[in-house]
Design a protein around this ligand. Structure first.
Ligand code: NAG
Ligand code: NAG
Ligand code: NAG
Length: 148
């Protein structure tokens, strides 16, 4: 490997270094997602609306490698009244398919969560109030340090 000839002036070699630095930075942004800071999140899922009854806290892995579609099992399959991820994450919920779609049908943030999935949930697809609690099959959560 030949040594790099340094015939450029100080200012242009500084510029060159800057360009290299910027190139490295933009290349880094193209890398796949890095391991998450949070390894898991707690998701509160209840049969009742407003987290009133039939509640379970699911510990869901967030690590990019481990994160995977969470399929609801009875009694929650097609039977979710309220759903709330904890701070530092959000979840994509799927209710138009049997398993998670890449985008999900809707995003649910920790606040306010989705307290009334049978009676007061606006479907982003059409802006209509839809009983998604009777349709929900699965969800996929990801880290979001800004999600409070
Ligand atoms: C994420 O999971 C992979 C596979 O289990 C593991 O190798 C890696 O160390 C984990 N990273 C973190 C930050 O937990
Ligand atoms: C996540 O897991 C990694 C690897 O086990 C660990 O080093 C790290 O402290 C964990 N992060 C949190 C927030 O617990
Ligand atoms: C329905 O949900 C919206 C937020 O999505 C809230 O502002 C509104 O107060 C709720 N309505 C009822 C009747 O609970």
């Amino acid at each position: 490997m030949k040594p790099i000839t340094t015939t450029t002036t100080t200012s242009s070699s500084s510029l060159l270094l800057l360009i290299i630095a910027l190139t490295a930075k933009s290349a880094a942004t193209l890398l796949p997602p890095q391991p998450t800071y949070l390894n898991s999140t707690n998701v509160l899922i209840c049969i009742g609306e407003n987290y009133q009854y039939g509640c379970t806290i699911f510990v869901v892995p967030l690590n990019i490698t481990n994160a995977k579609c969470q399929h609801l099992a009875p009694p929650y399959f097609h039977n979710v009244g309220s759903f709330k991820p904890s701070v530092g994450s959000f979840c994509r919920i799927t209710y138009t398919r049997d398993s998670c779609t890449a985008h999900g049908d809707a995003f649910v943030n920790p606040t306010p969560g989705a307290p009334t999935m049978h009676t007061n949930f606006t479907d982003p697809a059409d802006g209509e109030n839809v009983d998604v609690g009777s349709m929900m099959s699965s969800f996929l959560c990801q880290e979001c340090l800004n999600c409070t």
